[in-house]
Design a protein around this ligand. Structure first.
Ligand SMILES: [Mn+2]
Length: 277
């Protein structure tokens, strides 16, 4: 029994109003594909099997460290975000999972949160850690980096946060953690480019060691931002080197918005796919 926000009757009524036009267009498409010897049912089965996770921060106004312009009715906590994600799932039937972000989505009872999501017809996908901004009451600052920081106490704090996220994910039924760091430099010579990667790899190995069986660690790269001169995990080259060094549970996560102009992102994904990364 689910408690989805939209009533089944409302969706059925709205669907019924569009049914005949949709059928007309679908049948036409089917005939068009048939003339090219393409079976529409075969495509339909593949599309039906495809699903994506909605990031919890995708509900609402978005934005991270940039200015945020409020909109009426935007969700203010994970409970309201789940409701919005449930609406997306009800309307699309292809987004059955939510990818939460911590500490933004922290609650006191994760077993309860999982039940709440389940009642909305949702499950949880990869948990996301956040060491790219300081949180209220946090002991060490990430202003000079996190997993690759020169200060060991900062690295320890960042590692512990990621392991906390894994522990939360276990309660939520997640099987992956996404790690993106904002570590980098603004000027040549500000940091040793080799040593900073070594520190990142050491820290990442500590997180990797805390992964349960069947979990994955998704490494996200980003060319620039917030650093202007160098970013520690700046492209898929560094990402794949890190994934290969960490082990088979590590994979490269490709954010379409994290590359230079004119970069062929499809080709990057094809290359990573070819090597199972
Ligand atoms: Mn991203």
């Amino acid at each position: 029994m689910t408690t989805a926000p939209l009533s089944a009757d409302l969706i059925a009524d709205e669907n019924a109003r569009r049914q005949s036009a949709l059928k007309d267009e679908y049948d036409s498409l089917g005939r068009s594909l048939q003339r090219r010897a393409v079976d529409i049912d075969k495509i339909k089965r593949r599309v039906a099997a495809f699903s994506v996770a909605v990031p919890s921060w995708g509900a609402g106004r978005g934005g991270t460290r940039f200015a945020k312009f409020p909109i009426p009715g935007e969700p203010t906590n994970i409970h309201e975000k789940l409701e919005d994600c449930a609406v997306v799932q009800q309307l699309s039937r292809s987004t059955p999972r939510v990818s939460p972000h911590f500490p933004w989505d922290c609650v006191s009872d994760y077993v309860g949160l999982r039940e709440e999501a389940s009642a909305l017809g949702l499950g949880f996908d990869a948990v996301n850690s956040n060491t790219f901004q300081d949180q209220v009451g946090q002991k060490e600052s990430y202003r000079n980096g996190s997993l690759a920081a020169t200060d060991e106490a900062v690295r320890e704090q960042a590692i512990a946060h990621n392991i906390d996220c894994i522990e939360i994910g276990k309660k939520l039924g997640s099987t992956a953690i996404t790690v993106w760091i904002g570590d980098g430099t603004n000027l040549p010579g500000q940091q040793d480019l080799g040593a900073s990667l070594d520190r990142y790899l050491d820290s990442a190995a500590s997180i990797y060691a805390a992964l349960p069986e069947a979990w994955r660690m998704l490494l996200e790269h980003k060319m620039f931002e917030p650093a202007f001169y160098s970013t520690v995990v700046q492209d898929w080259g560094t990402s794949i080197l890190a994934a290969q060094q960490l082990g088979p549970k590590a994979r490269c996560l490709v954010d379409l918005g994290h590359h230079a102009p004119n970069v062929n992102i499809e080709q990057i994904v094809a290359r990573l796919h070819r090597f199972g990364l």
